[in-house]
Design a protein around this ligand. Sequence first.
Ligand SMILES: Nc1ncnc2c1ncn2[C@@H]1O[C@H](COP(=O)(O)OP(=O)(O)OP(=O)(O)O)[C@@H](O)[C@H]1O
Ligand SMILES: [Mg+2]
Length: 113
Amino acid sequence: MKYVIAIVQPDRVDEVLRRLNEKEIHLVTVTNVVGRGRQKGVAEVYRSHKEVGSLLKKVKLEIAVNESYVKPTIEAITEGGRTGQIGDGKIFVLDLLECIRIRTGETDGVAIG
Ligand SMILES: Nc1ncnc2c1ncn2[C@@H]1O[C@H](COP(=O)(O)OP(=O)(O)OP(=O)(O)O)[C@@H](O)[C@H]1O
Ligand SMILES: [Mg+2]
């Protein structure tokens, strides 16, 4: 199992979610965040509202998936999030050790989707 964390532009979230849905990836956690990339939030101000301390508004998506869904997840985020401009965001893929559905006690491959 992998835990995919993606930081994307707020105006690309709908398209990313649409492409994830197309690939039958429905379970996701979405958080409004602020952050900065290698331009340190300076050169990108024209794209999104600038926050205090050179931090720009972004959206974080978190998706836990079985191995077979890792590639489709990355493809959906990349294709939905890419404009070719700086600040399009980044995807981090982490090994996921455990997943437990609280309601049933199911674990891992059963609980994850
Ligand atoms: N190494 C990192 N660690 C943690 N968060 C990061 C890292 N790189 C990017 N981020 C997050 O992703 C957001 C978008 O990053 P961004 O797309 O600007 O990356 P970049 O490396 O500057 O690439 P680009 O040159 O395309 O702008 C940042 O605002 C930050 O929230
Ligand atoms: Mg950047």
